[in-house]
Design a protein around this ligand. Structure first.
Ligand SMILES: Nc1ncnc2c1ncn2[C@@H]1O[C@H](COP(=O)(O)OP(=O)(O)OP(=O)(O)O)[C@@H](O)[C@H]1O
Ligand SMILES: [Mg+2]
Length: 476
């Protein structure tokens, strides 16, 4: 069983006990979960102060990360204030420790995870294989550089036969909402954001052309059935107009229609039929009942939806392969100008920590206490970096195997407020990491007392989110 803190006490007492432990259980790894405004950041600062006061670590051995520059700035200000207050109350050796911390506070590694990575790469550029004078690209510059690379790539790519690209452009021409080139550029940007997941994506067997033929036959059957309707004003008859149009198209263009176009037309048909699902009423037509037509429409919609899922997965894998050289071109351009983007900082720091034993050993000794705020927003690369650093061994390459150094790691988070879920962090990963930490000896604490929101609002938020949390667990 995981060592979850359970006291036979009221919520308020549990809360008070949790806060007490944060300041006193300095030899334990702690995972604190709490909702907004319960004082998570305040407790993180309290814990840093407690560690510094006790002399268990010096300020330059501390790493504190959060997820925006603004939050990091606030964290520094709060820490300075609390250190000052604590110094006034302390005596003897503790006072000396606190004074030392205040004097050297600028040496603390307090910032975003990206600034922390920049710091280690600057210290060990040779081992990390980066230009010692590298510049990190701000988000806007990164985008500008990518746009330029994309324009060049698209011109080249359109001159060559690329099945995935042809397919996606056809699809976008029929079903896209914006300009195909813009949508493609966005897809490339997404791929760049996932480039740490190397290797081709899985392609399940999918006989696309045979499926297309089968579905076109089904559409033709439904369209023909609908022609037997006696009233052209019948709602069901009108709702089936997109099916009849597709059949007309296919008949007119005949063999000139390639399978990419047919695939796009079928996916467009799914969307169009779903837009108008009226059933109409009364007798339908000559020798064909309304029920029969409705049943065929439902069956077709189900099959089109399943076709769309398979076609999308197949297209994504093809496109990933066809856009690989876009990612390479982007990487080359950065390299040749000595620039690193946000993800490079994470990848290079992770590689350095994971693969270079000497550097890892040095960093493990150098940083003895790690504090993470907003832990729910950590993405897979950040988790790797933090957990490799929080371990006690120099060899494990897999963050999942890392053995926690007791007391080294302190994380606070609110799994209900992951704002980066739509980027790369997600609640499933958070839960996996939390469970691993607990299995590795960490203690889980909850804070329940809120200093911001009145209780009814909080209860409402919790109730609204609990269903979503369950759902996300099912999807993992
Ligand atoms: N023990 C406490 N007693 C009184 N006020 C507190 C206490 N802890 C925190 N506060 C106040 O509550 C407010 C919220 O605190 P804090 O920013 O630490 O919460 P948080 O949980 O980190 O919030 P968020 O979820 O927004 O990050 C602050 O104004 C802080 O000063
Ligand atoms: Mg906070």
């Amino acid at each position: 069983m995981t060592p979850v803190d359970r006291f036979p006490t009221s919520g308020l007492e549990e809360d008070a006990r949790a806060r007490e432990l944060i300041g006193s259980a300095l030899a334990e790894t702690l995972v604190v979960e709490a909702a907004a405004g319960t004082g998570k950041t305040t407790e993180l600062v309290n814990r840093i102060v407690a560690v510094l006061r006790s002399g268990l670590a010096r300020v330059d051995q501390i790493v504190a990360v959060t997820f925006t520059h603004k939050a990091a700035g606030e964290l520094k200000v709060r820490l300075r204030q609390r250190l000052d207050e604590a110094r006034q109350e302390a005596g003897g050796g503790e006072r000396a420790h606190l004074e030392n911390a205040i004097q050297h506070i600028e040496e603390a590694s307090i910032g975003t995870i990206h600034s922390f990575c920049t710091q280690i790469l600057r210290e060990r550029p040779v081992e990390a294989g980066v230009d010692p004078a590298f510049e990190d690209l701000a988000e806007a510059e990164q985008r500008r550089l990518y746009f330029k690379v994309f324009r060049g790539w698209l011109e080249r790519a359109l001159d060559e036969p690329r099945p995935g690209l042809h397919n996606v452009l056809t699809r976008l021409a029929w079903t896209g909402t914006g300009k195909p080139a813009d949508e493609l550029r966005f897809a490339g940007w997404k791929l760049i954001g996932w480039r740490d997941f190397r290797g081709p994506w899985r392609r399940d067997p999918f006989d696309r052309d045979a499926e297309v033929d089968r579905l076109v036959a089904l559409v033709t059957e439904l369209a023909k059935g609908s022609e037997r309707c006696e009233r052209r004003s019948d709602e069901l008859y009108r709702a089936l107009a997109p099916a009849r149009e597709l059949v007309t198209w296919v008949a007119r263009a005949g063999p000139r229609l390639d399978y990419d176009t047919l695939e796009a037309l079928l996916i467009k048909l799914l969307r169009d039929l779903n837009r108008d699902k009226r059933k109409g009423r009364g007798p339908f037509g000559n020798g064909i009942s309304r029920e029969e037509v409705l049943k065929s429409r439902e069956a077709l919609l189900r099959q089109l939806a399943s076709f769309q899922d398979q076609a999308n997965a197949d297209l994504a894998a093809q496109l990933q392969a066809d856009m690989q050289d876009l990612i390479d071109a982007y990487e080359d351009r950065k390299r040749s100008t000595g620039k690193l983007d946000f993800m490079d900082l994470l990848i290079k720091a992770r590689d350095l920590l994971r693969d270079n034993r000497e550097v890892r050993s040095f960093l493990l000794k150098r940083f003895t206490r790690i504090f993470v705020d907003e832990f729910q927003d950590t993405d897979p690369l950040q988790i790797e970096i933090l957990l490799l650093l929080a371990g006690s061994d120099e060899e494990t390459k897999d963050w999942r195997q890392t053995v926690l150094a007791p007391g080294k790691l302190f994380v606070v988070g609110d799994p209900k407020q992951s704002i980066y879920r739509f980027r790369r962090a997600d609640v499933g990963l958070y839960q996996e990491v939390r469970d691993r930490l607990l299995a590795g000896g960490a203690r889980l604490l909850h804070l329940s007392r809120s200093f911001r929101a009145p209780a009814p609002i909080q209860e409402c938020i919790n109730a609204a989110f609990s269903g979503l949390m369950q759902l996300s667990l099912i999807h993992i």
